[in-house]
Design a protein around this ligand. Sequence first.
Ligand code: G16
Ligand code: MG
Length: 218
Amino acid sequence: DIKGFVFDLDGVITDTSILHGTAWHQLADSLGVTWTKELGDGLKGISRMDSLEMILKAGHKENDYTQAQKEELAAQKNTNYVAEVDKMTPANILPGMKAFLDDLRAKGYQLSLASASKNAPRVLGKLGLTDYFPKIVDPASLKHGKPDPEIYTKGAELLNLDPAQCIGLEDAAAGVQAINGAGETSLGIGDATELGAADMVFADTSAVTLANIAKHLD
Ligand code: G16
Ligand code: MG
């Protein structure tokens, strides 16, 4: 039986990817790296330093900076990103997600967060959702990012549940791969072709309800 839900943040609870994208785009411009939509899309779910490496590689500049300089560039991006996060309000919760979270809580399901973002607690605070997620995987504790299963394995561990008792929710293919690798049931939100590896796919967050999930479970 399903007893817990392990949530991704960006693309599932709220859309920080637009804010991440804008902040990375600014940084890319300042470094003379040409920004493309493909480059931006490829950064979803990827850690801060790995995102920076991808941008530098796209501009053939990965060897132009020392590690300390790279950390400074990532810190610059984060300053710009956090300034945008601080403008978020509960109105930035994706459609249907507040009702879904309330329903899960009312029915006694346990919730944890498996976001690659070190800013996740800050984002949850701005959305008014801090109380819903007492259990958050610390991304700094991870040896490997998504698609490695580690973050979803830890998300179940925090709830003292077996992975088989958990549903993981993701909008990114790398995240679905991570959920599947952890042995949880994967719920994808987005394009059914892109998320073909998921156990169930919903086109958008408003379709994510316990009733609709039940239709996909035995
Ligand atoms: C999110 C975003 C990524 C971002 C990463 C790290 O992942 O999708 O674009 O690079 O977190 O964020 P930060 O720089 O705030 O630590 P997720 O796992 O919530 O989809
Ligand atoms: Mg995501």
